[in-house]
Design a protein around this ligand. Structure first.
Ligand SMILES: [Zn+2]
Length: 69
């Protein structure tokens, strides 16, 4: 089970949370102020593992997304 890093939007406290599934990410709340306005940080561990074709399929279709014309 991966551990994600979150940052609370209300108190600004960074914390780590063990998330069992992708759906559970939305259920994470701040352990300090109990706010559910948290943002998942990009893990440095996930960026290093770039060769494993896991369940995360985030394909950024970044081609001409700025909108010409
Ligand atoms: Zn908080």
């Amino acid at each position: 089970m991966p551990i994600f890093e979150f940052v609370c939007q209300d108190c600004g406290t960074p914390f780590e949370e063990l998330v069992r599934s992708a759906n559970a990410v939305g259920e994470v709340s701040c352990p300090y102020c109990a706010s559910d306005r948290v943002i998942k940080q990009i893990s440095t561990f996930a960026s290093q593992v770039a060769g494993s074709a896991g369940s995360i399929t985030a394909a950024p279709a970044a081609s001409c997304s700025s909108g010409s014309l």
